[in-house]
Unconditional design. Structure first.
Length: 277
């Protein structure tokens, strides 16, 4: 209960700070579908210092958020010298799953085509996302079922980072998560087709899961279960535990990108892991 209250305060703190971020790098908006939510933003760093590209799937409980809303994440990652794509998708409850994973897969493919047309190296792609974005991007990376159905080539992906994701639908869940899942799935839909722990298959992509002990929304066991499944089938997985009490769900999944690497150990882990790939 204490962490849940801290999460509510953290959420408002995030709003207060994010609108003060200076827009140093302009983004390019590219639509990959006819819906207003089917687009991505591309950020070209002022000083590119890496041949790796980060493709980010935003969070927001599947029913909120957008690449524009999370512009501060793009500013942060691009200022580290990485080309960055922030991927949007159709939101619930208007659009039920699997619309979201269909969009993420289509958007990913369109983003790779976009980069290739700009003659940008696409051989070192890192896929990442927070919260609902971690859920969707993990399915993109590890589900052969959806990769085959939606014709997704994951050969260019060299790493996945999930931050605060709901990877398992079994066990204890907060009331908020239960309500969000009820909005996401149609009544009677087999939810295992949207559950990363069930869908994960063996492949070449190493995984970093960043999960807070004080999330207040997503149970820490979600990351433990996904990491256990990964290890069981032979996938490489590292679970990084965020232990600072200030890092409730909103702060460490989004707010950490408002801080510096020295200020936030989770953010430093995020970048150092990418650097070492």
């Amino acid at each position: 209960m204490y962490d849940s209250l801290r999460e509510n305060l953290s959420y408002f703190g995030l709003y207060k700070r994010m609108f003060k971020v200076k827009k140093i790098i302009n983004s390019q908006k590219v639509y990959y579908g006819n819906d207003k939510e089917q687009y991505f933003l591309y950020y070209e760093p002022l000083n590119v210092n890496s041949d790796k590209v980060v493709i980010w799937v935003h969070g927001g409980g599947w029913n909120a958020g957008s690449p524009v809303f999370f512009d501060f994440v793009g500013q942060c990652i691009a200022q580290e010298g990485y080309r960055f794509i922030s991927l949007g998708y159709r939101l619930s409850p208007k659009n039920k799953y699997p619309c979201q994973i269909e969009d993420v897969c289509k958007g990913y493919c369109e983003a790779i085509d976009f980069l290739n047309k700009k003659e940008i190296d696409t051989s070192k792609i890192i896929v990442s996302g927070p919260s609902a974005g971690a859920h969707l991007s993990s399915i993109l990376c590890y589900s052969q079922r959806w990769q085959k159905t939606l014709n997704v080539d994951i050969s260019k992906i060299i790493g996945f980072i999930g931050v605060g994701g709901p990877y398992s639908f079994s066990g204890d869940m907060s009331l908020s998560v239960k309500l969000l899942l009820n909005q996401l799935f149609k009544k009677g839909y087999d939810r295992k087709l949207g559950e990363p722990c069930f869908l994960m298959d063996k492949n070449h992509i190493p995984m970093l899961l960043i999960q807070s002990k004080h999330d207040g929304l997503i149970e820490y066991s979600c990351a433990e279960k996904l990491c256990e499944k990964a290890n069981h089938i032979g996938n490489e997985c590292e679970l990084y535990s965020v232990v600072d009490e200030k890092n409730t769900h909103s702060w460490y999944t989004a707010g950490m990108f408002l801080e510096t690497r020295k200020e936030n150990f989770g953010l430093d882990k995020f970048f150092s892991w990418i650097e070492n790939l």
